[in-house]
Design a binder for this molecule. Structure first.
Ligand SMILES: *Cc1c(COP(=O)(O)O)cnc(C)c1O
Length: 380
């Protein structure tokens, strides 16, 4: 079996058979010529159903996650929507994390409930809490690890076992870890989801999503539903995502190097009351993270001792860390979850502390990042 980076650079990406182009072309064509009625060349007919640039990305992502089937979407939420339509029917129940990604919570709470889907939230870091949340009608358990923005860790193998024992399929949203750090299918997950907008694309220049599974039946239903509802990415976007994926391994190594240094510095800083990073030995999920992740990634959250106003001041006080939502790009970002990414969950079970700051640590020179954060904390 080939290594991760070899797959990232070559899987699905043979030189173009007609021209020898080393890089997969952007196949900007909505339709494909047929050799006689029904005589498709290489199976391509119409780009909603399949497009060669998209096929290359899908084969690459499937190889990176160690799955048989990959599907690329126009966004992470587009992928979630199609997957949940495949796995759930009216009357079914889904368990989502108590600190699920806000958009996932909204999709389940505001959209799927209109179609007769029931849901519960549970702390998936605690398998007993998951078992207690399962019902006879539970068809899906939705897991994120590390979670956003609290960087909680779930034991994927244990969650898979509990889900399967309860008759449910396990979906893992692997956006925060990326396939370089963690491959959930190998740990028992049935389907892996990505917002490729984040680490897989990696350059904050394209929105996209993906699903990977080795379950042939689920894959066939995803293929049918995706084509039926038209939730597909364009060839330019898939090409950008594929270009980003080639460097995923080197970027994740550097993100992890830099985040470890940032977490260490913050942990020793008097203005910081708590650092949430699974790479720290003091993190409650550290052991599980060390077991299932190659390294600990680029996301670091911390609580500011002086409270909400001080946390807002830190977010406004950095220069290199840009104040913005999203994550996973080469540049460092800072945000205040309670007022920004998680504002919509205020008052719900998913509410986050208002002294919390979330960092997406980029791959700049780490000394510059440390100085920037020290400066903002020092001005409090
Ligand atoms: C961003 C994100 C999503 C949604 O993806 P989009 O590409 O923005 O639609 C889903 N899950 C997680 C963990 C995310 O960070």
């Amino acid at each position: 079996m080939r290594g991760f980076s070899t797959n990232a650079i070559h899987a699905g990406q043979e030189p173009d058979p007609t021209t020898g182009a080393v890089i997969v072309p952007i196949h900007a064509s909505s339709t494909f010529a047929q050799d006689g009625v029904g005589g498709l060349r290489n199976g391509y007919e119409y780009s909603r159903s399949a497009n060669p640039t998209r096929t290359a990305l899908q084969e690459c992502l499937a190889a990176l996650e160690g799955g048989r089937h990959g599907f690329a979407f126009g966004s992470g939420m587009g992928a979630s929507d199609v997957l949940l339509r495949v796995l759930l029917r009216p009357g079914d129940h889904i368990v989502i994390p108590h600190d699920a990604y806000g958009g996932t919570f909204r999709l389940v709470d505001k959209v799927l409930t209109q179609w007769g889907i029931e849901y519960s939230t549970a702390d998936l870091g605690d398998v007993h809490a998951l078992r207690a949340a399962l019902r006879p009608t539970t068809k899906v358990v939705w897991c994120e690890t590390p979670t956003n923005p609290l960087l909680g860790i779930a034991d994927i193998a244990a969650v898979a076992e509990a889900s399967h024992a309860g008759g449910a399929k396990l979906v893992v949203d692997n956006t925060f870890a990326s396939p370089y750090l963690q491959t959930p299918l190998a740990l028992g997950a049935d389907v892996v989801l990505h917002s490729t907008t984040k680490y897989v694309g990696g350059h904050s220049d394209v929105v996209g999503g993906a699903l990977v599974t080795s379950d042939d039946e689920v894959a066939e239903q995803i293929r049918f539903t995706q084509n039926s509802v038209g939730s597909v990415p364009g060839p330019f976007d898939t090409w950008l995502t594929l270009r980003g994926a080639k460097t995923l391994a080197v970027r994740m190594e550097r993100h992890s190097d830099n985040a470890e240094r940032v977490a260490e510095m913050l942990g020793a800083h008097p203005a910081v009351s708590q650092v949430l990073y699974p790479g720290l030995a003091t993190h409650p999920g550290h052991e599980v993270a060390a077991k299932q992740m190659r390294r600990f990634g680029g996301m670091v959250s911390f609580r500011v001792a002086a409270g909400r106003e001080a946390a807002l001041a830190v977010c406004a006080g950095t220069e290199l860390f840009t104040l913005a939502e999203s994550l996973g790009g080469v540049e460092s970002l800072i945000e205040h979850p309670a007022a920004m990414t998680h504002a919509s969950v205020a008052g719900s079970a998913l509410e986050v502390p208002d002294d919390l700051v979330r960092l997406s640590v980029g791959i700049e020179d780490v000394d510059d990042l440390l100085e920037d954060l020290r400066g903002a904390l020092g001005r409090l």
